[in-house]
Ligand binder design. Structure first.
Ligand SMILES: Cc1cc2nc3c(=O)[nH]c(=O)nc-3n(C[C@H](O)[C@H](O)[C@H](O)COP(=O)(O)OP(=O)(O)OC[C@H]3O[C@@H](n4cnc5c(N)ncnc54)[C@H](O)[C@@H]3O)c2cc1C
Length: 457
């Protein structure tokens, strides 16, 4: 259970206090760590505490799952409470991981309705961040597939909420970053699938305009995502590869001589601790990007790809967050509205290319209409960039934030480690209603993360 804690070193503050961080290993802060045993004992554990936040698998990049004073690990809330094979309806406790769900249900012909880029996340974390997948343009975020939640509110009462029962609590808890209450369990729908294979089509986009047109052409596709070579400049600015995907039918797999439900290889390579921060430098990233682009172009248009390679390619390399060295890294993920997006994104990519410290992980996706509350998605394009945590990056990101705000966009809280209050407030029009609900729930000061404190939530 404690594997979900990115511990660094013992903190000086208190004996039970540890230095912890999110996936980016930046920032690090001291927090008391408590482990929940079960949904039933959680009210007593939290009684009278202030500055508390729930933590799932700790895959948010920044400080969202780092408690102002206390961080509560939810890994022991790991029971599957009920499944109806006729409808695909699953009730699961909040600490159940996506990996558990796929391992249990894919061989039975069911797949989660929405998955982020890693399977090492919990049900509670996916709902609190209203995570989006490669199908957001068509099927919305994870929250859109949730039927009901049990939420432990600050008064110590577990409340069942849904769209027609305590609708405000339900709507604000989806995407609410743990700040309305602690999710104890959730009921949501899995989709029936005939196999664990994806029919993938790869297209090359020579520049940003071609890239956006290719993503727009995927309106009817179930999955669509693009990788951008963000060190390419001039006429090649925004070049990359666009991957469209559809669940493959059983017959297609059998005809290709494939087991319809492939199992990922056992054992993963692990990045060792203590790598120097220059492991990812301009030369290595340029070489990687050029190779990746060439291989993608040569790979041909269509292929059958197993679920783990299509949805979770980064999971094949354990602890890859160590590649950025001890200072850690940040992810900047924004969404900008469709109208005028090409000019905004090309201005941003040009700044990134000029700085030249970008990582290979630059991803562009189309998003459909948003889920409300503090949910991140809005109709538009989302760009995610990984960058080492240093002064040059922070200056660049401040400039990118200004572009995003001017375009009417916003930054994703699950990735954030450094945006200003002004940027945050400009991007989230539901903020006053969210704050008002927190006041009425008695959550002010009681449920608080480093992120909520930094952003004045
Ligand atoms: C490699 C990688 C790829 C990713 N790809 C995507 C992607 O494609 N799309 C996307 O949307 N996100 C993506 N993410 C982000 C990730 O999906 C979210 O940060 C998600 O919230 C992580 O889940 P977790 O269980 O690790 O939650 P944590 O990181 O532990 O917590 C995240 C937030 O959820 C809250 N929370 C956790 N459990 C509960 C609970 N029981 N009750 C109330 N609140 C709770 C925390 O307080 C915190 O605010 C990616 C992350 C990584 C590392």
């Amino acid at each position: 259970m404690h594997a979900n804690l990115t511990l660094t070193e013992a903190g000086p503050e208190a004996r039970s206090s540890r230095m912890i961080s999110g996936w980016g290993r930046y920032p690090r802060a001291a927090s008391e760590i408590l482990a929940a045993d079960s949904p039933e004992t959680l009210p007593a554990l939290l009684h009278g505490r202030r500055g508390v936040i729930a933590r799932g698998a700790g895959r948010a990049y920044g400080d969202a799952a780092v408690g102002r004073r206390t961080t509560v690990l939810t890994g022991a809330l790991d029971r599957l409470r009920g499944f109806d094979p006729a409808s695909g309806r699953l009730r699961a406790e909040a600490g159940v991981t996506l990996a558990d769900i796929v391992r249990t249900f894919l061989p039975r012909g069911f797949f989660p309705p929405v998955v982020p880029g890693t399977q090492f996340v919990t049900v509670g974390g996916m709902i609190a961040s209203d995570v989006h997948g490669k199908n957001h343009h068509r099927e919305g975020g994870f929250g859109a597939h949730v039927e009901a939640l049990t939420v432990l509110t600050p008064d110590g009462v577990p409340r069942l909420c849904a769209r027609d029962r305590e609708p405000e609590l339900f709507a604000m808890t989806v995407g609410g970053m743990g700040l309305t209450g602690t999710i104890l369990d959730a009921t949501f729908h899995l989709r029936p699938v005939e196999s664990g294979w994806i029919r993938q089509q790869t297209r090359v986009a020579a520049d940003l305009g071609a890239m956006l047109r290719a993503l727009d052409a995927d309106d009817a596709a179930t999955y669509s995502v693009a990788w951008i070579d963000c060190l390419a400049r001039g006429p090649a600015l925004g070049r990359g590869l666009v991957y469209r995907g559809e669940h493959a039918g059983r017959e297609v797999c059998l005809a290709a001589g494939r087991d319809p439900f492939p199992i990922p290889p056992r054992g993963r390579l692990t990045v060792p601790p203590g790598l120097p921060g220059w492991t990812l430098n301009r030369a290595s990233v340029t070489a990687f990007n050029a190779l990746y682009f060439r291989r993608g172009r040569a790979a041909g248009a269509s292929a059958l790809v197993p679920w783990h390679s299509y949805f979770f390619p980064l999971d094949g390399l354990a602890a890859w967050n160590r590649l950025y060295g001890a200072r850690g890294f940040v992810q900047h993920q924004c969404v900008v509205p469709r109208l005028g997006a090409e000019a905004v994104l090309s201005g941003m990519l040009d700044r990134v290319a000029r700085l030249g410290t970008a990582s290979p992980l630059a991803v562009l996706k189309r998003l459909g209409p948003g889920g409300g509350g503090l949910s991140f998605p809005m109709e538009g394009y989302t760009l995610a960039l990984d960058l080492p945590a240093n002064a040059a990056t922070f200056a660049l990101l401040d400039a990118l934030d200004r572009c995003v705000v001017a375009a009417g966009g916003r930054l994703y809280l699950a990735k954030d480690a450094r945006q200003s209050r002004d940027t945050f407030e400009a991007g989230y029009p539901a903020l006053p209603a969210f704050r008002d609900l927190r006041r009425r729930l008695g959550a002010d000061g009681v449920l608080a993360s480093r992120l909520s404190t930094r952003l004045g939530l």
